[in-house]
Design a protein around this ligand. Structure first.
Ligand code: TXA
Ligand code: MG
Length: 317
């Protein structure tokens, strides 16, 4: 069986059974849709990579539904718990030291001594995790290097019958993936810009958050690959309205007049993040154009995550 299923008590129960039995369920989160499997079932986790067409294994984020579960799973301290209480459920992932070297978690962690964990702010995701009774490992539910899905229909068009069930929770409200921070070192290092802004984290912690630039050939986060999140046609970024070519589909931001789509006419970066992936998908459907051009996006708030994604999407190999 596969296909899109509404959020009903019966469907969640069935989805939880699929997870328990080693199957794959795509589910909505606050950021993007995830492709989920039982973290403790290495074969199910391996099937995630096969379904995505990921050429190599990269570590996955474990999704949990209760903060109390965290200390059983990873090494925590006051800093970790304070951040969890403040920002969970929400668009923030922690990289922590693994608690026990439980070998069934080796594939989820790609053999690393660390584990990435988050608690999504979405009732469907939380219900699914609770009813499955295990943390759920989930990357974004898209084919490798493609645009992350923000609706159930996006998941179906990319992964279709490769997943046992797609739970529909409507469009994701945040629209870009989580911010990932490494908490295994004294300084907090941001491994991926995402749905929680660096400014908010710095305000709350009173600390400078360092940004990891990573090694694009050996990413500790696949989001660090130079080409990622890419539409199927060339994309140019930081394009002012007057420089858009006649054969380009123009995705604007703020007060531009001639955009085919506008991420946020009022210049709101949260609204722009929520629209970003759906608009890139819309753009690539317009095959009467040769490429996509996008307005400059300010480097503040969620603009950091937006610029990160569009820079990779526009990268020419
Ligand atoms: O918003 C999100 O985070 C979504 C939803 C579904 O939760 N998930 C997501 O997963 O974006 P994925 O697999 O597309 O990206 C997970 C990132 C990868 O860049 C991976 O390398 C990094 O998390 N990661 C996972 N475990 C790690 C670890 N132990 N150390 C460093 N990075 C890790
Ligand atoms: Mg992804």
């Amino acid at each position: 069986m596969s296909g899109i299923y509404k959020y009903t008590a019966e469907n969640i129960k069935q989805a939880a059974e699929i997870i328990k039995n080693g199957g794959l369920v795509a589910f909505p989160t606050d950021t993007v849709y995830g492709l989920g499997a039982n973290v403790y079932n290495p074969q199910a986790v391996a099937n995630i990579f096969a379904a995505k067409g990921r050429p190599s294994f990269d570590p996955l984020i474990s999704h949990i539904a209760d903060i109390d579960f965290l200390p059983e799973y990873a090494i925590t301290d006051e800093r970790v718990m304070t951040l969890a209480k403040k920002f969970w459920p929400g668009p923030l992932t922690f990289v922590l030291k693994r608690k026990e070297q439980n070998s069934s978690l080796d594939l989820v962690c790609s053999g690393l001594p660390n584990i990435a964990v988050r608690m999504p702010n979405h009732p469907v995701a939380l219900d699914l995790i609770r009813q499955s009774g295990v943390p759920i490992a989930a990357p974004s539910a898209n084919r490798f290097k493609c645009i992350s899905p923000t609706t159930a229909e996006h998941v179906e068009s990319g992964l279709g019958n490769k997943v046992d069930m797609i739970l529909d929770g409507g469009p994701c409200t945040i629209g870009v993936e989580t911010t990932i921070i490494d908490l295994t070192t004294p300084q907090i290092v941001m491994l991926r810009a995402g749905g929680l802004s660096k400014e908010i984290l710095e305000d709350f912690t009173g600390e400078k958050i360092y940004i990891s630039h990573g090694d694009p050939d050996k990413p500790s986060a696949p989001g660090q690959l130079l080409k990622h999140y890419a539409p199927s046609m060339p994309m140019r970024i930081n394009v002012e309205e007057d420089d858009v070519r006649p054969d380009e589909f123009f995705i604007g931001f703020g007060q531009v007049k001639k955009a085919h789509l506008n991420l946020s006419p009022s210049g709101n970066l949260n609204e722009a993040a929520a629209n970003l992936f759906a608009f890139m998908r819309e753009g690539e459907k317009h095959t009467e154009y040769k490429g996509i051009a996008m307005s400059p996006i300010p480097m503040e708030g969620l603009g950091l995550a937006i610029n990160d994604r569009i820079r990779r999407a526009s990268y020419q190999e």
